[in-house]
Design a protein around this ligand. Structure first.
Ligand SMILES: CC(C)(COP(=O)(O)OP(=O)(O)OC[C@H]1O[C@@H](n2cnc3c(N)ncnc32)[C@H](O)[C@@H]1OP(=O)(O)O)[C@@H](O)C(=O)NCCC(=O)NCCS
Length: 329
């Protein structure tokens, strides 16, 4: 079995107060509560208040993670925020988080790997800690997806919610707890499956782009569904193997929370029991890069995931990017 060099010291999450149920969306979109539940498993989602920004959510989740770790912002050596719906194109959302939580003048940067961003950030942080360059790193997944979707598009608007999740990482001890394996991947040939066409150098914002909603998220849902099932199944198996574990030694799977039907198929194909999958998407919808750390924190705080247990996390998002990590908590 692999020897961990980085450990999760604490977890935290933040979900905005306002909750919007499917039936509310069904009042203005050509959809129904039944359709959304049957095709996704989502029942409601949290929606950020007017004036609230991504770094507000990230800072709240970070404070909770620091408290759980028994640390203060002064203990941090680096902040990485995984997001694709940050406060603004510049500066990075991470520097706003640094200010809001009152951290020192530590390196703070964003990582844009869509819904796989949290696993990408975890992998990057693991390298710094393993190398001994930095001791304590805050990794946050935060996305305000409701500001990125077209609220009038029934194919995407019901799928997403807002939120943030965070972990504080530090050096592992010799008790076997920590990151056992973490692998990240990308296939740019599938960049068209999920994208926001306008707002960058390819298509700067213009009146035409705004009128055509090209600054909003566009998704080829069916194709994304298929590639998610395929990659998340196969790379989860690889993460397990890389950690030197068998599925009998696996306690929990925390998949990216996009669609219950994707989770059902991964469970079937892995031959791993469905009740061992942590799932909170009925309450949150797809919260982008925040999805895994939100689910992880929920399962830690309600006592499902316990100290010493093994957790497999896997996610796939725009790019497409994907990753899988095995952690002993
Ligand atoms: C988008 C998604 C929910 C669609 O569910 P699905 O079961 O695959 O639905 P189908 O593609 O079979 O059906 C789509 C049909 O439903 C319609 N539809 C889409 N959204 C709808 C809604 N909210 N209400 C009613 N009908 C809807 C479409 O117009 C389409 O109609 P058509 O067949 O007449 O063209 C699903 O494919 C999905 O979750 N995809 C990927 C999700 C994701 O974010 N992955 C991220 C990485 S894990």
């Amino acid at each position: 079995m692999s020897i961990p060099r980085t450990r999760i010291l604490g977890t935290g999450r933040y979900l905005p107060e306002e909750v919007v149920g499917n039936e509310v969306l069904a009042q203005r979109l050509d959809t129904t509560d039944v359709w959304i539940q049957e095709h996704t498993g989502i029942e409601r989602r949290h929606v950020a208040a007017k004036g609230q920004v991504t770094s507000d959510m990230a800072a709240a989740a970070s404070r909770a993670a620091l408290e759980a770790a028994g640390l203060t912002p002064a203990d941090l050596d680096m902040i990485i925020v995984a997001t694709t719906s940050g406060d603004s194109p510049m500066p990075a959302t991470a520097v706003n988080v640094q200010q809001k939580i009152g951290a020192d003048l530590i390196p703070s940067f964003d990582l844009a790997a869509s819904f796989a961003g949290f696993l990408y950030a975890l992998t990057v942080a693991d390298q710094f800690i393993s190398a001994g360059t930095y001791g304590t790193i805050l990794v946050v997944g935060a996305d305000m997806m409701t500001r990125l979707v077209n609220p009038d598009d029934r194919a995407t608007a019901p799928l997403f919610g807002d939120g943030a999740g965070a972990v504080v990482l530090g050096p592992a001890q010799s008790d076997g707890r920590g990151i056992l394996s973490a692998r990240i991947h990308a296939d740019g040939a599938l960049g068209d499956l999920l994208k926001v066409p306008a707002g960058g150098s390819a298509e700067p914002l213009s009146a035409e782009a705004l009128a055509a909603n090209r600054h909003r998220l566009q998704m080829k849902g069916r194709e994304l569904f298929q590639v998610s099932v395929k990659h998340l199944t196969s790379y989860s198996m690889q993460a397990l193997k890389a950690a030197g574990l068998t599925s009998a030694e696996l306690d929990w799977v925390i998949p990216h929370q996009a669609n219950r039907n994707i989770v059902n198929l991964i469970s079937q194909r892995l031959g791993y029991p469905r009740h061992k999958f942590v799932e909170d998407l009925a309450e949150t919808g797809n919260t982008g890069a925040a999805s895994i750390p939100i689910a992880l924190d929920g399962a830690v705080r309600d006592g499902r995931v316990q100290r010493g247990q093994t957790v497999l996390m896997c996610a796939l998002g725009a790019g497409v990017t994907w990753g899988a990590a095995m952690v002993r908590m």
